[in-house]
Design a binder for this molecule. Structure first.
Ligand SMILES: NC(=O)c1ccc[n+]([C@@H]2O[C@H](COP(=O)([O-])OP(=O)(O)OC[C@H]3O[C@@H](n4cnc5c(N)ncnc54)[C@H](O)[C@@H]3O)[C@@H](O)[C@H]2O)c1
Length: 267
């Protein structure tokens, strides 16, 4: 408790899944949280325990402080407004978690259409880019801040049949390093979290495919899917002063997936 006491944090895409878990966990650790998303209700098909409560209701139930604001991260103006609202409401900004993201899969490179490419690029890369830009403008004026980008193991290597997603996440990996290189001297830390499959509405389709679900779990060293708290635990650490010398890192939260994938013959 209190590892983020009095810090002000924005979490994008925080109505559902990983962003929601991070927002709730940040508030439990004493942060004042701005929950930003396209809509306040969670996505259908998620695994949240308290599905009927919004993220803000969930936070307030535990005595935390948060408010919701609508934001489409593909719009630079809306992201600028989001940062402005956070600063006006809570007086400052210490942390931004660029989490909002979308996924496209199931096609080879030559089968994806331009809409899939643009959608992944706009939300995953440009949304994170705008979040970094607008937060940096505030952080430069106050002597520092912390950026946590939710990347993916797809941003480190990748998987077949999701190229439009992989390249957008690869770009977010690169952006995270660029920000770390350029702004460390200004007290701005930037790191990326790279989960493999975690149980959220984004991966519900894969999870509900019993063969796929089992095969994936068995193919990685820790033999299970990720949980959103596996990711929020690291997100708390990276936003806290405990990680003060961790900078420009892209950290897998993947049960060892990037180390090794077992094939059936290996078992
Ligand atoms: N779930 C996984 O297995 C997994 C693995 C690796 C990385 N990630 C990444 O984690 C992040 C969160 O994914 P999730 O699994 O929690 O998915 P999710 O679908 O459960 O939640 C994503 C949230 O982002 C919001 N969002 C989408 N587009 C937006 C936009 N334009 N502006 C603002 N908000 C928007 C959605 O409304 C939703 O609430 C994404 O960046 C995703 O790529 C997820």
């Amino acid at each position: 408790m209190n590892r983020l006491k009095d810090k002000v944090a924005i979490v994008t895409g925080a109505s559902s899944g990983i962003g929601r878990a991070i927002a709730v966990h940040y508030a439990k650790e004493g942060a004042k949280v701005v929950v930003a998303d396209l809509h306040e209700g969670r996505n259908h098909g998620g695994f949240e325990d308290t599905a009927s409560a919004t993220t803000v209701e969930e936070i307030e139930k535990s005595g935390g402080t948060a408010f919701f604001t609508t934001c489409d991260v593909t719009s630079q103006q809306q992201v600028a407004d989001l940062v402005g609202i956070a600063v006006r409401r809570f007086g400052t900004l210490d942390v931004i978690v660029n989490n909002a993201g979308i996924y496209r899969s199931g096609k080879l490179v030559h089968e994806f259409d331009e809409e899939d490419l643009d959608a992944c690029w706009d939300v995953n890369l440009k949304g994170t880019w705008f979040g970094c830009q607008e937060a940096i403008k505030v952080f430069l004026g106050k002597g520092g801040g912390t950026i946590v980008n939710i990347v993916s193991t797809a941003g480190l290597g990748g998987h077949p049949k999701q190229s439009v997603y992989n390249i957008s996440k690869g770009a977010v990996s690169s952006l995270t390093k660029c920000v770390a290189i350029e702004y460390g001297r200004d007290g701005i830390r930037a790191n990326g979290i790279c989960p493999t499959y975690a149980k959220t509405s984004m991966t519900r389709g894969h999870f509900d495919d019993a063969d796929y679900m089992k095969a994936f779990a068995e193919s990685i060293p820790l033999k299970r899917w990720g949980e959103v708290d596996d990711i929020s635990n690291l997100a708390v650490f990276l936003a806290s002063d405990e990680s003060a010398y961790i900078h420009g890192a892209l950290i897998p939260v993947d049960g060892g997936e990037t180390l090794c994938r077992y094939s059936v013959e290996d078992e």
